[in-house]
Design a binder for this molecule. Structure first.
Ligand code: ADP
Ligand code: MG
Length: 703
């Protein structure tokens, strides 16, 4: 028991068959540093080796086959060093050549040692003849290892590792060496109760069978066990965190509904709140009055009125004599929030200021002074807000807009600004599919604004092929003549940034040609521009000096230009669904009919077709997010990369949704019974959580 942890943390270099060079390659290529890392480098695929093929049955290039055959003829072809080894083998149905281009001498010696072999490999067709390059060969009478290999694990590898003899087989050998190591032992991290209730196999058995399944049935059970374990501990940790937060009673208590909110609500609000907004404000008020610290996620589609909710929450804080701050991911957005919120609060005696990277030192000092004296009630800004020298007098509420751009460390820095953690409201316009939300934000309470303010005209979405560009240009001219503004967006994808920039530049030239000044004016914004340039161009567009904004996706998040009513997305096939949805949300904010035009070539892949047809069919952000998750998997979804929580080893939150929900229920039952995991029967669980903490896995937690 005691030796266990050090054993799995042993550097992989010390495993028999590794050594310094391979260890370095394993670390660099697959982030395998320790025995434990190797153990969790699970096969990504399995090949059924219980089946023997006849040579005459071979007719497919892409599947592994296993044959049992006798050596007929062995010869080396070509020069001794650069030549190849060709071995003709035969079974009752026919003959086939096995070919080796490397390790020729070694393999020739090995072949010479036996007559009959079990041969395993991927056949290929060469000059009309089947052969099997570099097959794996084994004596039929080889004593099966303690772990039988009826099902062959296939491990991911890389070219560099292959050059060091670590192809999937090589890696499999290392794993086997590890599993057969005399000190190898895996201790159970679940409880008896769970194992029985969920009918899971033990942890050690699961690890053995995930690598070298003794039967398809055991492979299934090993997968089920390890997936459950992975999802269960995420849930247990999140829910425990949440439980502890709710147990503490050191939240700022906002009980007063005072003049600020009343005044605003009755005298300054020019429209009725939607029912969804009212519901959410009730939820937030209940939290903030409860004596517990609020940690709430507010989801609502673009334009659903989250900012309005945020303002009212800040007024509640103010009524209770607390300061609030609001952070936006970019300077443009911070500016926009500042001007919107200032306008909303114009009739009230509330001091609102803006603090960003461009705030001049003198103004910065002034803001700082007002803040620490408690004379400034609402501070809006970018992450400049959380720089060390910004000190609030009594920060009671923090609102984070478009949360996914903020890193965990940045949020943590903010909480440390006060002795008591302020209430936290995280707003996101990227709808998060349920399973993802459960996994990413399991410790947060969630509110959803699922209704748009009335009177919005639904955006008309059209798909147009590139050959009809001229029609789109004509349409845009009409709209612009009516006083509308237009976005034209080009994809910008990292791998081919140069090419994309070229597209954008060509696009801009085309636009300049199609839309001649002085009647039309166009501007351009892209990621390679300096922030100041970008801001200047955006300002020109917001101020209606330009009517066309040709850009990359930098305009994606949050920018609000109500008179912009057409969004043209070039190469829409190259955008992810959530991105398309976000972009479409940039229009439809004013009173005139808005349009989203998806341009694409005629030839489209299946996924691109699904994305475009989803956009045409629905504007429901949650439906779109679910489809996106299904198409792309969680790793690629916006904002999930930084979270670390989704570096799942084996579970898949889309495919394993049932396991996830089940794991959550079990975790919640256990915590209801034993919130601190202090009971002896839960010792394994507490120990494993501690282990997770020690390994500093990044769980994207807030607070
Ligand atoms: P979000 O932050 O969710 O994108 P905003 O709060 O910026 O949405 O609201 C979008 C627009 O709708 C703003 O111009 C805002 O003034 C307006 N708005 C918000 N709530 C309502 C409402 N209940 N009725 C009418 N208009 C509203
Ligand atoms: Mg917004």
């Amino acid at each position: 028991m005691v030796a266990l942890k050090p054993f799995l943390e042993t550097s992989v270099e010390y495993l028999k068959g590794v050594g310094p060079a391979r260890a370095e390659a394993l670390a660099a290529e697959l982030q395998i540093f320790t025995f434990g890392d190797l153990l969790t480098h699970f096969p990504f695929r399995y090949v059924d080796r219980s089946k023997m093929y006849l040579i005459s049955d071979i007719r497919d290039e892409n599947t592994y086959v296993q044959i049992r055959a006798k050596v007929i003829k062995t010869r080396t072809v070509g020069a001794p060093r650069s030549g190849r080894l060709v071995v003709t083998v035969e079974d009752e149905s026919g003959q086939i050549d096995l070919v080796w281009f490397q390790g020729v001498k070694w393999m020739a010696d090995k072949i010479a040692k036996g007559q009959e072999w079990i041969i395993f490999g991927k056949p290929q067709l060469f000059n009309g003849q089947w052969n099997i390059p570099h097959p794996e060969i084994e004596h039929p009478e080889t004593e099966p290892l303690p772990i039988t290999r009826i099902i062959q694990p296939i491990y991911s590898s890389t070219e560099k590792l292959k050059s060091k003899g670590l192809d999937y087989k090589g890696i499999g050998k290392l794993v086997k060496t590890l599993l057969l190591h005399e000190k190898f032992h895996i201790s159970e991290n679940l409880t008896h109760d769970i194992l029985e209730r969920v009918r899971l196999i033990g942890r050690q058995e699961a690890f053995l069978n995930i690598h070298f399944p003794q039967s398809p049935e055991l492979l299934n059970r090993a997968q089920a066990r390890l997936k459950f374990e992975e999802l269960f501990f995420i849930q247990l940790r999140l829910l425990k965190q949440r439980g502890l937060r709710l147990q503490r009673s050191d939240g700022h208590v906002f009980t007063t509904v005072g003049d600020y909110l009343n005044d605003f609500y009755h005298k300054h609000l020019t429209f009725e709140l939607t029912n969804a907004q009212k519901k959410v404000i009730r939820e937030i008020r209940a939290d903030m009055g409860s004596g517990k610290q609020m940690n709430r996620l507010l989801q609502g589609d673009v334009g659903s009125g989250k900012t309005m909710v945020a303002v009212m929450c800040m007024l509640i804080a103010l009524d209770n004599k607390y300061q609030s701050c609001m952070m936006a991911p970019t300077e443009i957005l911070a500016n926009q929030h500042f001007s919107n919120i200032s306008a909303m609060l114009a009739g009230l005696d509330v001091k609102v200021r803006l603090l960003t990277g461009s705030t001049k030192p003198a103004e910065r000092r002034e803001i700082q002074e007002l803040l620490s004296e408690g004379k400034l009630s609402i501070l809006i800004g970018t992450h400049a807000l959380i720089e060390d020298n910004v000190q609030f007098r009594n920060l009671g509420l923090v609102i984070i807009d478009e949360q996914h751009r903020f890193g965990v460390a940045q949020r943590a820095a903010l909480w440390e600004k006060n002795q008591r953690t302020p209430h936290v409201l995280v707003m996101t316009a990227t709808p998060i599919p349920r399973t993802l939300a459960m996994t990413l934000y399991g410790d947060l309470d969630a509110s959803v604004i699922d209704e748009l303010p009335p009177g919005r005209k639904p955006i008309i979405t059209k798909h147009v092929y590139d050959r009809d560009h001229y029609k789109v240009y004509n349409f845009l001219k009409e709209r612009i003549r009516e006083g509308s503004q237009v976005y034209i967006v080009y994809p910008l994808i990292d791998e081919s940034e140069k090419l994309d920039l070229k597209n954008l530049e060509e696009g801009f030239l085309t636009v300049a040609r199609e839309f001649p000044s002085p009647e039309f004016k166009a501007g351009t914004v892209h990621g390679r521009m300096k922030q100041q340039q970008k801001d200047a161009e955006m300002k020109r567009f917001i101020g209606q000096e330009t009517q066309i904004l040709v850009s990359t996706t930098v305009i994606e998040v949050g920018v609000d230009v109500p008179s912009a009513s057409v969004m043209v997305i070039e190469n829409a096939n190259r955008f992810g669904l959530s991105q398309l949805h976000q972009l479409r949300g940039r229009v439809g904010r004013g009173s005139s009919q808005s349009y989203c035009i998806l341009m694409s070539p005629e030839e489209l892949g299946n996924d691109a077709r699904t994305r475009i047809s989803t956009m045409l069919r629905t504007s429901d952000g949650f439906e779109i997010a679910e489809t996106d998750l299904r198409l792309r998997g969680p790793g690629d979804l916006q904002g999930t990369q930084q979270s670390g929580i989704l570096n799942l080893r084996i579970a898949d939150i889309v495919l394993d949704e049932k396991i996830l929900k089940f794991a959550k229920n079990i975790a919640s039952d256990i915590l209801n019974d034993d919130p601190g995991l202090r009971l002896e029967k839960n010792a394994n669980l507490a120990k494993h959580l501690l282990h997770m903490d020690e390994h500093q896995q990044n769980w994207g937690l807030i607070s």
